[in-house]
Structures are given as C-alpha cells and as structure tokens.
Design a protein around this ligand. Structure first.
Ligand code: C2E
Ligand code: MG
Ligand code: MG
Ligand code: MG
Length: 289
C-alpha cells in the first residue's frame, strides 16, 4: 500500500517489507557460517509399513537453529542454499550425518532401518554426486541398499536424458531412488518408465486433498505397482487417511499420526518403545534382534 507523503511523492516501502528484506539478507549471510558454527542438525521422521505399522526406515530432514532467528524452516533456507551454491557442501554433510547415525542406530539396536536423504536439483546436476554418495557409504559403512535418495519430479524433468544417466550411476552403487512430492509437478507417469526409480512418495497436499477411498489416488497407486514401484504416502495425520491409504494398497506411510521428525536421541527412544510394544511378536521388522 502506497503512503502519500507531504511533498506529493509516495513511499512504497512498508516497514514490514523492509524488515523482511533485512531478515533475508541476514539469513543469507548467516547461512554461510551455519555449518561451521554447528547450527545444523539432522532430524529423523519414521516411515512405517502400513500393514504392520512397523518402522522400516527414516527420512533425514535438515534443521537449522540460529541463535538470533531461531528455527529457520528448510523451505526458506534450502532454496537460498541452492541459489547461493551452498547446497553441495550442506547436502554432502547431511548425507554423511544421516548414513553415520543410522548405521550407528542399526548396530546399537540390531535393526535394519533404511534412511532417505533429500537431494536437490542442483545436487543432482553436480558432476560429483555419484562420487560423494560412494565415499559417504564407504566412510559410514552403511550398506548401499539401506540408503535411499529422494529426488523431485521437477529436478528430474529439467534434463531427462542427463537424469537417466545420473540415476543409472546411482543405481549401480546399489542405493534406492524415490520420487518425492509426487503429484505436485507434472505427474506424468510416462517419464517414470525411463527412470530407474524404486519408490514413489505421494505428496502430502495430494494425500490430504484426496480423502478416503478416492479413486484417483487408488488408480495412481495401482499404476505405480504396475511399474514395480513401491508407494509411500506423505503427511498422514489421521487414522481415517491411514485406513483409506491402506485399503488402496499403499505400501508405506509417513506423517504426524505416526511420528514427527525428531532428533537422534528421541528417535532412539521411539524405537525402544516400539520394540517393547512389539515384544513377543515373531515377525521381524524394526525390532531388536
Ligand atoms: P519433503 O522432503 O517432502 O519432507 C516432508 C516434509 O513434510 C517435512 O517438512 C516434514 O516435516 C513434513 N511432514 C511430515 N509429516 C507431516 C504431516 O503429517 N503433516 C505436515 N503438515 N507435515 C508433515 P520439513 O522438514 O519442513 O522439510 C520441508 C522440505 O525441505 C522437505 O520436503 C525437503 O524438500 C526440504 N528438505 C529438508 N531437508 C532437506 C535436506 O537435507 N536437503 C534438501 N535438499 N532438502 C531438504
Ligand atoms: Mg523428502
Ligand atoms: Mg516429500
Ligand atoms: Mg512434500
């Protein structure tokens, strides 16, 4: 809203806008130092088998706690890190932490959890992504099959031919690949046939907008299964949504209904409680051996 000034000119810059611009500048500057100052942490959100409700794996989600700005949401700083060319360094760190910590958890509790790590468009186009993944696996000792990389449709479609090559290289290492936020982008299933993908993650908005027993979601899940893809529903918040997805043969779920993303220590406590809850079961899953 323009404000008339006494001299007939207008002042377009509202204090709120000014503060926002200032905050952004400060955040940009602070982001350069966040890793060095130890302000990043990786949190983990369980991903559960919708039949047994056991935890099969976790998604690694980056958290930034700044002493002045507080918790800065990834949706704010990840795009900044992309723009600023910092996502490579940050992404490499997340990958290392996630593999090391999940390897540690698996050893400590006798589990075989897998870990999913988000890979941004810029990382996907970086020539040393494959080398990075290879060395992180070697350093951490996590089996390649326990690592899943989450890619977005938009990043993959940007240059499909190049994506095919990079994904083939990653598959050759033995890692699993998933498409994140499926349903928000092009949602064209035809490109899926060209890509060596293992898992489709249905976007949260999509899961919420298409409630119980929706034929469209069901058809998507069926189609994914025809393509030999496993399906994970993101953002399950209610029992009703969970039941509907389970009825639609969705394989796995992730969401606040099961657990929020949490720091490593809390994840350990969560796994202990889950193990106790299932004590006496004979099936294997996320259970102490
Ligand atoms: P994403 O990969 O789709 O991650 C799922 C997001 O949904 C997470 O948000 C998670 O906290 C949130 N979520 C999970 N369950 C529920 C639910 O039941 N209800 C609701 N309302 N939300 C739920 P978060 O942690 O804020 O991350 C946002 C996005 O930032 C991620 O979306 C991902 O695209 C990106 N991101 C996070 N960490 C990394 C990272 O290490 N590297 C890269 N490149 N991107 C990351
Ligand atoms: Mg993700
Ligand atoms: Mg997602
Ligand atoms: Mg999402």
């Amino acid at each position: 809203k323009a404000k008339a000034l006494g001299d007939g000119s207008f002042q377009f810059f509202e204090p709120a806008m000014w503060l926002e611009a200032k905050r952004r500048l400060h955040i940009e500057a602070a982001l350069h130092r966040a890793l060095e100052y130890g302000q990043f942490a990786v949190h983990y959100q369980p991903r559960v088998d919708l039949r047994s409700l056991r935890t099969l794996g976790v998604e690694a989600l980056l958290r930034w706690e700044h002493p002045e700005f507080g918790r800065v949401p990834p949706l704010e700083f990840i795009p900044l890190a992309e723009e600023r060319g910092q996502i490579g360094t940050i992404g490499r760190w997340v990958l290392g932490e996630a593999c090391r910590e999940v390897k540690h958890i698996n050893e400590r509790f006798g589990l075989a959890l897998h870990v999913s790590v988000n890979v941004s468009a810029r990382q996907l186009r970086s020539p040393d992504l494959i080398g990075q993944v290879r060395s992180v696996l070697a350093e951490s000792g996590l089996p390649a099959a326990a690592l899943e990389l989450e890619l977005t449709e938009s990043a993959l479609i940007e240059d499909l031919d190049q994506s095919v090559l990079v994904l083939q290289g990653l598959k050759a290492l033995g890692v699993r690949l998933s498409i994140d936020d499926f349903g928000t982008g092009y949602s064209s299933l035809s490109y899926l046939k060209r890509l060596p993908i293992d898992v489709l993650k249905l976007d949260r908005s999509f899961v919420a907008e298409n409630p119980a027993g929706d034929g469209f979601v069901r058809a998507l899940i069926d189609m994914a299964h025809v393509l030999n893809l496993s399906v994970v529903a993101e953002g399950i918040e209610t029992g009703v949504a969970m039941e509907a997805l389970r009825d639609a043969a969705c394989d796995e779920g992730q969401g606040y209904l099961f657990a929020r993303p949490m720091p490593l220590a809390e994840l350990e406590a969560f796994l202990v409680r889950e193990g106790e809850g299932h004590a006496g079961d004979t099936q294997s899953g996320a259970l102490p051996a």
